[in-house]
Each structure stands twice: as C-alpha cells, then as structure tokens.
Design a protein around this ligand. Structure first.
Ligand code: HSE
Length: 436
C-alpha cells in the first residue's frame, strides 16, 4: 500500500490539529512507515467556518456517513465525540471494513466491548490512545510496556480542565466559576463542562485504564465519581496548612476484596509528584509488582498533543495493516476470554484516611464530642486544627485528618457528628491519598 487514505470525522480542535501534524510531519512519518498518509475526506458541522488547518486537497462534507461509507477511505478517524452519532458512525465504518482511530473516551468506556467484538469479527483495528490523557501514551505504556507486571494500582490526574481550575484556585485564589469559563475559552473543556467538573470525563478515562491494567471488562456503570464543585477556597487553604494539595484523582486499585474504581477530589501530600502537576497537564502513576511505581506526565488535552496520539494510532494501524487481525495486541491487553470477574467495590468499602472540615459552635466540650464519636468507630485522629472563631464566640472550623478507616464507619461517624446540636451545617469530607 503506497497511499493510506484517511477520513476525519470532525475538523474542530483535535481534527484540525491532526491535519496539521500529518501535513507538517509527512516526510518523517513516511520515513517511519514506508508509505504516504493523506487526509482525503473530512466532515464538518459548518462548511463556511474558519479552520485551524489547511483544508486544500480535502473533500469537505457535512455528512459524516458519506465518509464512513466511502469506498476510497481506508481509515476513519472519529473526532466528533459523544456516544450516540459517533457510535453509529464507528459501527458503520467497521461494518464497511474500515479501520478506526478515535479520541472518544465516552464511546470506548460505554460501548467498547461491543465495538471491539465487531472489529474482531470484521478483521479491522480500533485504536483509542487519544481517549485517555491526550498526548501521554498511557494506553500503550500499560498495554505493552508494563505487560510483564501485575498492576497493583494506578492513580492519575486525567482531566485537564479540573486540574486547571484547582491550580488557579490554589495559586491565585480565583473562583471556581471564573476559571471554568476560561478553560472553556481555551478549548480544554468538554462540550458539556459538567463532564469535566463532576468527574464523568475522568470516569470514562479511568474505566478504560482499569480495564487495561487489571484485565477486567469496561464497566463505567460501576464507577464512583464525585466532582470538584464543592471544593472551597477554605479547603484549598486548610489542605495547604496541613501539607497537602487537593487534586481531582482517578484511582483504580486491586484489593483482596475487589477493585476500587473511583474519581473524586483527594488531598495528596505536597511532596508527591502528582501534587505538583499543575494547570491543564495530566499525570498517571502506575504501580506494577515488578517495576514499582512509574509516572507518565504531559499534556492531557489540546489540539496537537491529542493529535500526537491520534496520528500515532494511525501509524500503528498502517504498520499492522497486513498482520493477522486475530493476533494483534488485545484491545484490553488481556485475551477476551481471560477477562476477570473481580467485583468493583462500593465506595463505602474503601479504606483511606480522610480530611474533615466541621463547623461548630464555639462551646465547651465540642472537640471532646467529635473525638469521642470518631474513637467509638475505631477512627484515630492523625492531625487536628481548630481555627479561630469567624467572630468572637460564634462559629469555628475544626479540621481533622483521620487515620485510615473503612468509609462505611466514617459515614456513621459523620451522621452522628452532624446530629450534634453544636455542629453547624454538614461535615465536609475529602479523601486523602498518600500514594505510597
Ligand atoms: N475535557 C478534557 C480535559 C479534554 O479537560 O481533560 C481531554 O480529554
């Protein structure tokens, strides 16, 4: 094959970046694969819109189905996002015998099992490196580079928008809403930004990483996710006083009881590398039994970083185009019949330390009541700060870091604490991840 013809669905930020990288690095890529890659077709929402890439020589259409059904397209690159139309297009492309490269995490997390089975049946490839952590080749690293290991856990900052917001809140004392607007303008945020701030986008990515790391099916519906919308300036500052940073983490951990699969804000000791990953950058720590901890760091979003992963996948497709499709690297790294049925643990079965912020009336004996409730559940206090009253004799914040505790026990303690007459409002709880 001298020429591989590519049809791009969606010529927005990532689509435009993909065309630019393919054009700029055409010579280098041909040196790597021995043939020419050419974007021959692309679909767009609006033909008259200005683009970030040169569209000369590309047949533009508003009809994505015309591309997935086109006889002269070899590889379909799906960059429109979402899991409805994108799914229909990808299924059609596979049924038409076309290889697919996608950056669509929702599509893979929710429908990967069905898509991979169809691809296997039709003898085509579906690659999705850009779906997780943008330009960081984390899927390749886990699926190939770490394949000798039993993966014990992984933890990552896998949503750039959320990390950008938390970084700005900490560094500049900015408000949540104000920073979100900026992230949207910069093109990092999802079409529906609640996906970023409520942990859904990170949840899609974590679902994929956990499946590849542990050889379990994709099961987004079992994932626990909690967003960052309730993180206040006070929490950011109290965490700092205690030697921690607040990050929005995706964590997958294999335990004797099952698999933890959770996305939520977490306090991380400030010395940890992950605590120092700022702005739109992503990072994932993967702990393998043989290799120990490994860290993958880089841009998790943006036109060319994501295009870097998309183009690498196109290159992989071309390199394997003549290989026996039944003997390619398995999509989820493990042979499909060997996927394990380990249960995903409910969130109340995890065991971690906690940060608690409790606003109390400044009365005699309040602190003793709090500590008694925690100790009655066997929960030890590792650190405690009592702030000065907002105004004399009124309310004070008590901040506690507990030792590791079963979340179910902590839930009971919080319910009891919130029932105290001296406690004002609800208890703020943030999990602590020591990442040791
Ligand atoms: N909205 C995503 C993020 C884009 O902020 O990380 C990349 O998946």
């Amino acid at each position: 094959m001298d020429l591989v013809r590519i049809g791009v669905l969606g010529l927005g930020t990532v689509g435009g970046g993909t065309v630019n990288v393919l054009n700029r690095n055409a010579e280098e890529i041909t040196r790597r694969i021995g043939c020419t890659l050419k974007v021959t077709h692309a679909s767009v929402k609006d033909l008259s819109r200005n683009r970030i890439c040169d569209t000369a020589g590309i047949e533009l259409t508003t009809d994505s189905f015309a591309i997935v059904n086109h006889k002269d397209v070899d590889v379909v690159v799906e960059l429109i996002g979402g899991d409805t139309l994108a799914k229909e297009l990808v299924i059609t492309a596979i049924n038409n015998g076309k290889h697919v490269v996608t950056a669509n995490k929702a599509l893979i997390a929710l429908h990967g099992t069905e898509i991979f089975a169809l691809a296997q049946e039709k003898g085509v490839m579906v690659l999705f490196e850009a779906a997780v952590a943008g330009g960081i080749p984390i899927i390749k690293a886990i699926r190939e580079g770490l394949s000798a290991n039993k993966i014990e856990w992984l933890a990552g900052i896998i949503n750039g928008t959320g990390n950008f917001i938390l970084t700005e809140m900490r560094d500049k004392g900015r408000d949540f809403a104000d920073v979100l607007t900026e992230a949207q303008a910069l093109g990092y945020a999802e079409a529906d930004p609640t996906f970023d701030v409520e942990g859904i986008d990170a949840g899609h990515k974590l679902t994929i990483l956990a499946a590849i790391a542990f050889g379990i099916p994709l099961q987004f519906e079992q994932l626990y996710h909690e967003g960052i919308t309730q993180i206040s300036q006070q929490d950011v500052q109290y965490a700092e006083e205690l030697g921690y940073r607040i990050k929005h983490l995706g964590i997958a951990r294999k335990t004797d009881q099952g698999i933890e699969l959770r996305v939520h804000p977490a306090l991380i000791p400030e010395k940890r590398l992950l605590a120092n990953v700022d702005g739109v950058l992503n990072a994932v720590v993967v702990q393998g039994d043989a290799v120990g901890p490994t860290l993958y760091y880089g841009p998790g979003a943006g036109a060319e970083p994501t295009a870097s992963a998309v183009v690498a996948d196109i290159i992989d497709v071309v390199r394997n185009i003549n290989a026996d499709p039944q003997h390619l690297i398995p999509y989820l790294s493990f042979q499909t019949p060997a996927l394990s049925a380990d249960p995903i643990l409910p969130i109340n079965q995890i065991v971690v330390p906690y940060y608690l912020r409790i606003t109390v009336a400044d009365n005699l004996g309040v602190l003793a009541d709090l500590t008694n409730i925690l100790s009655s559940q066997g929960i030890n206090i590792e650190a405690l700060i009592q702030k000065e009253p907002y105004t004399e004799g009124t309310e004070v914040d008590v901040i506690i870091i507990t030792s590791k505790a079963l979340e179910e026990k902590l839930d009971h303690s919080i319910a009891q604490i919130e029932n105290l007459d001296t406690v004002i409002g609800t208890v703020k709880r943030i999990r602590v991840e020591t990442l040791g």
